[in-house]
Design a protein around this ligand. Structure first.
Ligand code: AMP
Length: 278
């Protein structure tokens, strides 16, 4: 496995790739959620194709009061996980290799990023779009894999690729969960043992609400259950159109039930499908 530290080395590596190149962008602190993305990437790459991962805690997607400094950075373990998952090259840039002080151009998404997490995380998705656009330009992947765990991010990246004509196929990987239902996340390490024990109730609440007929009924039922979790504070629970993220009008189009819940020091996000009714 090649460790690439700067853009020149990436471009040189890319020139040697003759078939598919499948990119898995990450912020590191890798867990089974990430390595499943890498395995899917391996499959998608096919014989002769290459899998590239990036490990970069992107400063521009963190707000001033968020956990950029505290975000875990276990690089050696991350490299071992990439190697084991069959990654061919890992790009691990320093922030200075990605951003100059006099930069003045970024990618702004103006619609899907205004709702859900965008309400409390101003600028977050512009940071995400900008870094993903840069990674696409630097690595020039044919495909890129993103997790359904971050549904809003996936929808926004799809829209960016469509609107800016990136020649990259976006591949979605289903959310990987612990056996008790909690979605794997690097931020689960912020939970106390009691919070960790209660956290799966978030997903259970979403599931319990997902069969109801109307948006209001779904959101209210999930909120009632989540309010019973000691220490849980609801940021949002929203039933939305799966593609546009607009409030779900009816069950005739595919929907998604998305939630962000503060539990102790952690802000947990999760989402489940609201299948179209026949
Ligand atoms: P992050 O390192 O948190 O930026 O995540 C990198 C990629 O891994 C994103 O596409 C996430 O959606 C994806 N991811 C993180 N956790 C999970 C999970 N539990 N299941 C599926 N994908 C995940």
């Amino acid at each position: 496995m090649k460790l690439l530290r700067d853009i020149v080395s990436v471009r040189r590596w890319r020139q040697g790739c003759k078939k598919r190149v499948v990119l898995v962008p990450t912020m590191g602190a890798l867990h089974r959620g990430h390595t499943e993305l890498m395995r899917l990437a391996r499959k998608k790459a096919g014989p002769g194709g290459k899998v590239a991962a990036s490990v970069f805690v992107n400063p521009t997607q963190f707000g001033p009061s968020e956990d950029f400094q505290a975000y875990p950075r276990p690089l050696e373990a991350d490299l071992a996980a990439c190697r084991q998952a069959g990654v061919d090259a890992v790009f691990v840039p320093e922030p200075a290799a990605m951003y100059t002080n006099d930069r003045s151009v970024s990618v702004c998404e103006d619609s899907l990023s205004k709702v859900l997490c965008g309400r409390s995380r101003a600028g977050h998705f512009n940071g995400v779009c900008t870094v993903v656009a840069k990674l696409f330009n630097i690595l020039q992947p044919t495909h890129a894999v993103f997790g359904e765990k971050d549904w809003q991010q996936l929808a926004i990246i799809r829209r960016m690729v469509q609107d800016l004509d990136f020649p990259v196929e976006i591949v979605a990987c289903p959310t990987i969960r612990e056996t008790d239902g909690l979605a794997l996340s690097s931020r689960n390490s912020y939970l106390s043992p009691a919070e960790r024990a209660a956290a799966p109730k978030i997903q259970a609440a979403l599931r319990s609400a997902s069969g109801l007929a109307s948006r209001a009924a779904i959101e209210n039922h999930a909120a009632r259950l989540i309010k019973k979790i000691p220490g849980a504070k609801i940021d949002y629970i929203s039933a939305v159109d799966a593609a546009t993220l607009a409030p779900l009008k009816n069950r005739k189009t595919p929907g998604r039930l998305c939630a962000a819940i503060h539990l102790g020091r952690a802000r947990l996000i999760d989402n489940i499908p609201l299948p179209r009714e026949k």
